[in-house]
Design a protein around this ligand. Structure first.
Ligand SMILES: *[C@@H]1O[C@H](CO)[C@@H](O)[C@H](O)[C@H]1NC(C)=O
Ligand SMILES: *[C@@H]1O[C@H](CO)[C@@H](O)[C@H](O)[C@H]1NC(C)=O
Ligand SMILES: *[C@@H]1O[C@H](CO)[C@@H](O)[C@H](O)[C@H]1NC(C)=O
Ligand SMILES: *[C@@H]1O[C@H](CO)[C@@H](O)[C@H](O)[C@H]1NC(C)=O
Ligand SMILES: *[C@@H]1O[C@H](CO)[C@@H](O)[C@H](O)[C@H]1NC(C)=O
Ligand SMILES: *[C@@H]1O[C@H](CO)[C@@H](O)[C@H](O)[C@H]1NC(C)=O
Ligand SMILES: CC(=O)N[C@H]1CO[C@H](CO)[C@@H](O)[C@@H]1O
Length: 890
């Protein structure tokens, strides 16, 4: 970790072919006339050193510099390490290692290991001059990544690397986006975290996730570029092939190639680098209600009461920025949300085993001399971000002019934790159960150049309800100046020569200025994309300090690689539109199945705009299969709580009934993800990797391993054409078998309160016998084990139970189920006393009435019911969960 006062590890460094260009006037950004990248000379590999597990070389500029967006570096250092049989690490950097790299404090690297290339499943191959490399799958000799047709370009503020791909390559990931899950060719995915209201397609959104999975019928592999700088990644068709081109405005080329070969293997291999997903508290999977525009505590309490009256299970009530005094973080409005009244609401929720979550933004109102503690303490600790000349950077957010915590400052962590301990104090403050962190892209409402934040805030009437006069211009900022080296004046951190396709234009537009120098010397230019990630880490720590040992639930908007190790994410400010209802599935899969952020969901019924009864009804049912299930609405939009329409009330009740019965199944999937990175949600091709019909599907998905969700996708329609792979499925509600033919099937008469759900053959599902009004009550329900055999009569499953909230539970139950030849065997660890039993066992696809033996003893015939119409058989049981057991059909 760098120390204050050290030189700036910026995107500069390295040996340059010619002096740097003069800085460009930031007020007049102009496109730089660039040479054709294909005319660049590339590099020659020299001084090659090779062992059985590693490879290194000097890369020397191979000809006349092309200086396309600045001077070519004359020399680079290549290091290649076979880190595991499934992972190759390829790093191309400046020889001195001075250029910016994502700090270990942001993303700790996997413990260094190496493996013999002889046992590796993918190989690194190279050409000497011009230098190029390829990654080859050993078993099949397939080329997975190949730069040989495109010269490597490495300049201070422009890096270009490009690979050939097979024609029509199936590429997934490169989030965050609202485009199809299988990326269309011809698209440029830009990574630059941006407040992106309405989540428009083909633009950069809140997060940067520079990982993709390429899937071929012969296998899947992953490519992770560990670089947090702004970049464009272009997927194109070139002649008979495809190509993927990275144009990056800083940092280094730090690639991890992951061999798969199954899609889920890639997910697990990626989790080994960026961290396993955080476990969530059991209650976090309950239903959440939120809106922007709950006027006061009376409004909030009324909504809770109406949910109660409507009989819809409400697990957690949320409040948006409305609670704040003048929208200042770590304050509450004394008249609208007085502490004693909010505490009363929270107490009441807690007594009923329900929960409360509040929003926290990073920006702190710039309010000197007003006894605003969050500001005063931040100034005292000196933790706000600064421009290069030492002035505190000012932007404009909800409370008006704001300053922003510098997460790299050594005191930022304790500052942030202290604000949480003080304001959310369980005895004197608002005793929240989770934190919702927004605006951490970071967002500012002040367009670039933001010369007059006070004027900008005034013009936008911020804070909206009571526009307060800004502090007089020239109000003295406490005298300080950090002892950091001045940034290299010849590098342009505000307007780099290569313009990434940031939808906002200038990279400092409506965010923190990119010339900000962090307390450790890093430049915001390099670290912009990790701001939300760092806030996530700090907020998790702060929540842990409030309730040590208990799993925090933090839901963030902006993420980077590895954020799922700390928090969950919601998909931002979407709109109440059918296209957004549909694209929410691809957005969710991008985070859960690729980026390893499984606690994810989109705002149910849509955030912006006006929802409709039928959209809200359909969304209430689809949302029940988002891991994070929250109804949220924008201020000014008509209310959309589920209880407002009879059909939506019923839709929500039906879907929550299924969700809650499946809650231990998904909780078990989260635990497995936390243990080894197994995906919690699966696109269809993850389960049917050889069936090319599945590669483009993003309107259906598997919730966990075995629950196929196939929502109706068109407005006013009560039918949907779904794809069923060639496999056996079972209707979730009737248990009737459905033979998939590898073809589309049209489902008709799907009412607005229903959603088609199928069990994939081969699953043993530990369901709760019935749903409940809270997850607390749900945990008192017995289990109903459902056995849905595959075509060859086999099934497997698992069940993980613990106290639902401890980071390190003192006791756990971890059961493996196996079903074969008509016999279910449950074995494993039975240490957690769940105080419930297996109340019934349901066998599907049973040809005729049979008797049932539990641990070898026959169950009373009166307790076994066979349904010939659906071929299902239910045995009422009372099996203890304190030891292994068998249940047999005879
Ligand atoms: C620092 O730079 C900002 C932005 O250019 C300017 O507004 C401010 O006056 C400068 N402060 C000092 C102390 O020079
Ligand atoms: C505020 O609005 C006025 C009128 O539209 C405009 O002339 C001025 O430039 C704006 N000022 C800022 C700081 O945005
Ligand atoms: C700034 O750039 C020059 C080359 O023009 C280089 O010699 C110097 O080391 C750079 N400074 C820093 C702090 O990297
Ligand atoms: C750049 O982004 C805009 C949206 O902001 C989009 O319309 C355009 O197609 C993008 N350009 C490329 C080359 O993808
Ligand atoms: C949306 O609802 C608001 C508030 O009821 C109403 O004023 C507005 O006209 C509606 N907009 C549309 C497009 O229906
Ligand atoms: C759905 O039905 C409503 C009410 O009849 C109608 O206004 C709307 O246009 C229909 N939408 C579509 C896509 O047909
Ligand atoms: C995915 C999606 O539906 N995006 C929409 C979000 O909202 C914007 C603005 O209305 C639309 O242009 C996008 O199509």
């Amino acid at each position: 970790m760098l120390v204050r006062g050290l030189l700036i590890a910026s995107s500069l460094g390295g040996v340059l072919a010619t002096p740097l260009v003069q800085s460009i006037d930031v007020r007049a950004p102009q496109a730089v006339q660039a040479a054709d990248p294909q005319s660049c000379p590339g590099y020659t590999a020299k001084n090659v050193k090779q062992t059985t597990s590693s490879f290194s070389a000097d890369l020397v500029l191979a000809g006349k510099a092309c200086n396309i967006y600045g001077p070519d570096l004359t020399q680079l250092k290549l290091t290649v390490t076979y880190e595991e049989a499934s992972r190759i690490h390829v790093k191309i950097a400046d020889p001195e290692g001075k250029r910016y790299q994502v700090p270990e404090s942001v993303l700790p690297r996997p413990s260094s290991s190496s493996c013999d290339s002889g046992s590796a499943s993918i190989l690194f191959k190279y050409n000497v001059s011009p230098f190029s490399f390829s990654i080859v799958r050993k078993g099949t000799n397939e080329v997975l990544f190949d730069t040989s047709s495109y010269p490597l370009i490495f300049e201070p503020q422009y890096l270009r690397i490009k690979t050939s791909l097979p024609a029509n390559a199936n590429i997934y990931g490169l989030g965050e986006h609202s485009d199809p899950f299988r990326l269309p060719h011809g698209i440029t995915r830009t990574m630059w975290a941006r407040d992106s209201y309405g989540i428009p397609t083909n633009t950069n959104l809140y997060s940067s996730q520079p990982i993709y999975i390429e899937h071929r019928p012969t296998g899947s592999h992953g490519v992770f570029l560990l670089n947090s700088n702004g970049m464009d990644v272009k997927l194109s068709d070139e002649g008979s092939k495809s190509a993927l081109e990275y144009s990056i405005i800083g940092g280094i080329l730090d690639f991890y190639f992951l061999s798969g070969p199954n899609p889920a293997d890639v997910a697990k291999q990626y989790a080994k680098i960026v961290g396993l997903p955080a476990e969530m508290p059991y209650w976090g999977f309950g239903f959440h209600q939120c809106r922007y525009g709950y006027k006061d505590y009376v409004d909030v309490a009324t909504v809770i009461g109406k949910y109660e009256a409507a009989g819809i299970p409400l697990e957690t009530m949320w409040t948006d920025i409305d609670y704040m005094d003048q929208r200042k973080v770590f304050t509450n409005d004394a008249s609208y949300f007085p502490t004693d009244k909010v505490r009363e609401i929270v107490d009441r929720l807690h007594k009923k085993n329900q929960h409360y979550i509040l929003m926290v933004d990073p920006a702190v109102a710039y309010q000197p001399n007003t006894n605003y503690i969050a500001y005063d303490e931040g100034i005292k600790a000196d933790i706000f971000m600064k421009r290069p000349n030492g002035t505190t950077f000012k932007g404009v957010v909800w409370p008006g002019v704001t300053v922003f915590p510098d997460w790299f400052h050594p005191k930022a962590s304790s500052y942030w934790t202290n604000q949480f301990l003080r304001f959310f104090n369980k005895d004197t403050g608002i005793d929240i159960d989770g934190a919702w962190i927004d605006m951490n892209d970071p967002s500012s409402f002040c367009p670039f150049p933001c010369d007059d934040p006070f004027g900008s805030a005034r013009n936008q009437s911020l804070p909206p309800t009571r526009p307060s006069p800004p502090p007089a211009p020239g109000t003295p900022v406490p005298p300080f100046k950090r002892g950091v080296a001045a940034p290299n004046a010849t590098l342009d951190f505000l307007n780099p020569p290569y313009h990434i396709n940031n939808t906002n234009g200038a990279i400092s537009d409506r965010t923190a200025y990119t010339d900000i120098i962090h307390a450790n010397g890093l430049v915001e230019y390099d670290t912009h994309n990790v701001y939300g990630h760092m806030m996530s880490v700090e907020t998790r720590k702060a929540m842990l300090a409030r309730r040590p040992g208990k799993r925090p639930i933090v839901i963030t908007r902006s993420t980077y690689s590895g954020t799922g190790h700390h928090t969950g994410k919601w998909l931002g400010d979407n709109l109440s539109q059918w296209d957004q209802y549909r694209s929410s599935i691809a957005g969710m899969l991008g985070m859960a199945s690729i980026a390893q952020i499984p606690m994810v969901g989109s705002d149910v019924c849509g955030f912006g705009g006006n929802t409709t009864e039928t959209l809200c009804a359909r969304w209430a049912t689809l949302g029940a299969f988002y891991p994070f299930y929250r109804n949220h609405n924008q201020d000014g939009s008509p209310s959309q709580e589920f209880y407002l329409w009879a059909s939506v009330t019923q839709a929500a009740k039906n879907a929550i009934d299924i969700r809650y019965r499946l809650l231990d199944y998904i909780y078990t999937a989260f635990h497995q993800a936390h243990v080894d990175g197994t995906p919690v949600l699966n696109p269809l091709f993850y389960k049917y990797p050889k069936d090319s019909n599945t590669f483009g599907l993003d309107l259906q998905f598997f919730y966990g391993d075995s629950i196929l969700v196939s929502p109706v996708t068109e407005e006013n329609s009560t039918s949907v054409s779904i794809y069923l792979p060639k496999d056996i499925f079972y209707d979730f509600l009737t248990y009737a078998p459905v033979q998939g033919q590898g073809a589309n099937v049209k489902l008709t008469n799907v009412g607005f309160t229903a959603i088609p759900v199928h069990i994939r053959g081969g699953a043993v599902l530990p369901l709760r016998a019935s749903s409940a009004m809270t997850t607390f009550a749900l945990r008192q329900q017995d289990f109903n084990i459902v056995i849905a055999p595959s075509a060859d009569g086999k099934a497997t499953g698992s069940l993980y139970i613990d106290d639902g909230e401890s980071i390190a539970p003192s006791a756990t139950t971890e059961i493996k189920f196996g079903f074969t030849d008509g016999k279910l065997t449950a074995s494993g660890k039975f240490n957690y006393d769940a105080k419930v039993k297996v109340g019934s066992v349901t066998f599907l696809n049973v040809g005729s009435a049979k008797s049932v033996l539990v641990n070898g003893k026959a169950v009373d015939a009166g307790k076994v019911k066979y349904n010939a119409a659906t071929k299902s058989l239910v045995a009422t049981t009372a099996i203890s969960l304190k030891s292994g057991f068998t249940v047999e059909l005879k």
